[in-house]
Each structure stands twice: as structure tokens, then as C-alpha cells.
Design a protein around this ligand. Structure first.
Ligand code: MG
Length: 316
């Protein structure tokens, strides 16, 4: 793959001078907690500055048993926090471990003009701050984040999620994907067929994972188990270096076979809506799609089996 000068903004890849065949676009969507970072940002905050680990486990049980919704329980968890954002961040900075190869992987994405988007059930201000600190603000700015918003009072006494969806999950990724799909259906393809990649670790990633050409699941965790149970093709990974190696390999194989035209060798028709949504924009900025998405409806946009939803809620 040719090396390309670091762009100041991510643009749709153009052909490097002298390259005769088109190069297929790759678009990556990734979970955050447990995928880019080894821990869960919310859990760290709750355990140190909120309800505590024991109470968090009790609350998680309420979701598991179905006695209360993910959204109601989450509001209790976030509402239990009493810490200024900056102070809460100190403990996250200390406890969070980024995947050891993510930084390198993301630089690879930037230099190869591969858009990398985060889709998460967490709180966007926290995720952005974490990325700003761990990657630096410039590198972080290349990543679009779709997650719940939040209102946090200056004195830290109130933490209130602003849910993306008016349903019992608050934000389920399936609903976000459906919004993306609704936008996509109004646009036509321009003929190019990018490769859609999804990276995740948890059950909540499954609805998104089904819609990718290539799925990477963190080894040994729930998403991998579900892929095995449901016969969903996936590639296990231990660190993002594994993903990078596989993407280089897949890109090479695809280029040799298709010369960047037509369908990619790893092709899932269910990923077409991602492609359509991105085809006219040059780059699939989920944030831009989010801005123009229809207002949330009062019910989930996609059916999730209750047992699945409950488990999904536990792993973001
Ligand atoms: Mg996760």
C-alpha cells in the first residue's frame, strides 16, 4: 500500500500519481469500551466516584433479570456520580489502558486515508476527552464519535445522560445503524464499493457486526462467543496490530483479485447501506449523518430479543 502524506482533513482517497488502478476505500466502525480501551469508562467512574463496584453489580443484576431497564439503571449509575468532570478524568487516565497497538493502527488509518468511526453506548464528552488525552487532540479529531450526550454540572454533583434514543436502551447501536440506513436509502451509489469493517468486543456490537463485510471480534469475549453461536463470520484479534495485519492482507488480496473495482472479495450485501450513505459524502462521517438524522422515535427502531437486549446493555 503506498504511503500517503498525512492529510489535514480526511478526504476520500484519490489516486496517488502514477497508480493506474483504483484503490478500494475501507471504512472502519468501532466500539469503544473494551475494544479500543481494555476497560469500561463508566465502570471506572462508578466504582471510584459513584455507587461503587458492589452496588454497580447489584444494578447490573436488575438489568440481567429484566426487573428494570438499562436506561433506568444507567441513570441511577450516572446519577450516583459526584465528581467534577476533570477530577473524574484523573482516575480514568490512571486506570484506562488503551489497546497497545491502537495508536499505531490509527496512524495507519490516517496515513492510508481510512476513516475510523466510533459507535458507542457510552457518553460522548467522556469518550472525546479520553481520545484527546490518549491520542492527542489532533489525532483524536480524525475520529467521529456517535454516542449519548451528557449534561455534567460544573461542581460535578449532577451527571445526566442525554440519550440518543427515547427507548429503554437509551442508545442502542442497532437504532443508530437504522438511522444511518434511513439516510442511506435516500442516496444513490456512485459505483464505488468500499469495504466495511467493524471492530467490537461485546454483545451490544452484534447488530452492527452483522452489517459488516469484515468483522473483528476481540478474542475470548462475548462478541466472539455470539459469533460462534450464531455462525457469524469473524476474525479474532488480540490487539489492533492483528487487525492492521489482516487489513493489509485483505487489501492486497482484494487489489490483486478485483483491482479495486466491483465488489470486494469479502462482500456482505447487508453492508450496502453503509456504502450508500458514504458514497456521496466522500467520507462516512457518522457525526454529519447524526446531525441530519430524523428525530428519535418513541420505540426501538430494530427488534432485539429481550434476553439479547439485556445482555447487550451490559457490554457497551
Ligand atoms: Mg464494548
Amino acid at each position: 500500500m503506498p504511503s500517503i502524506t498525512l492529510p489535514t482533513t480526511v478526504q476520500k482517497p484519490s489516486l496517488p500519481a502514477g497508480e493506474e488502478t483504483p484503490k478500494r476505500d475501507i471504512i472502519i466502525f468501532s466500539d469503544f469500551d473494551g475494544t479500543i480501551f481494555m476497560q469500561d469508562t463508566g465502570h471506572i467512574l462508578f466504582d471510584h466516584h459513584g455507587c461503587g463496584a458492589a452496588r454497580r453489580h447489584e444494578l447490573d443484576e436488575e438489568i440481567k433479570t429484566g426487573s428494570r431497564s438499562f436506561r433506568a439503571v444507567s441513570e441511577d449509575m450516572w446519577g450516583s456520580l459526584n465528581v467534577r468532570f476533570e477530577d473524574g478524568f484523573k482516575i480514568m487516565k490512571k486506570e484506562l489502558e488503551i489497546d497497545p497497538d491502537f495508536d499505531e493502527f490509527h496512524k495507519y488509518c490516517i496515513s492510508n486515508e481510512i476513516p475510523f468511526n466510533v459507535i458507542s453506548a457510552g457518553l460522548k464528552p467522556i469518550l472525546r476527552k479520553v481520545l484527546d488525552v490518549f491520542l492527542g487532540e489532533k489525532q483524536s479529531s480524525y475520529i467521529d464519535i456517535v454516542a449519548n450526550d451528557a449534561e455534567i454540572s460544573h461542581d460535578g454533583s449532577e451527571w445526566k445522560p442525554i440519550w440518543r434514543h427515547d427507548n429503554e436502551l437509551g442508545h442502542d447501536k442497532a437504532a443508530s445503524i437504522q438511522e444511518y440506513k434511513a439516510i442511506a436509502s435516500s442516496e444513490s451509489e456512485d459505483g464505488s464499493i468500499p469495504l466495511i469493517v467493524f471492530v467490537g468486543d461485546g454483545v451490544s456490537d452484534l447488530p452492527a457486526a452483522r452489517e459488516a463485510d469484515v468483522l473483528f471480534a476481540r478474542r475470548g469475549l462475548r462478541l466472539e462467543e455470539y459469533c460462534l453461536e450464531n455462525d457469524i463470520p469473524y476474525i479474532p484479534f488480540d490487539t489492533f496490530a492483528d487487525i492492521q495485519k489482516d487489513l493489509v492482507r485483505l487489501t492486497k488480496e482484494d487489489q490483486e483479485t478485483t483491482h479495486g473495482t466491483g465488489k470486494p472479495i469479502q462482500y456482505n450485501p447487508r453492508a450496502n447501506f453503509w456504502r450508500r450513505a458514504s458514497s456521496k459524502r466522500g467520507v462516512p462521517t457518522l457525526a454529519s449523518i447524526q446531525a441530519s438524522a430524523a428525530p428519535p422515535t418513541g420505540k426501538p427502531l430494530i427488534h432485539i430479543e429481550p434476553s439479547f437486549a439485556q445482555q447487550a446493555a451490559l457490554i457497551s
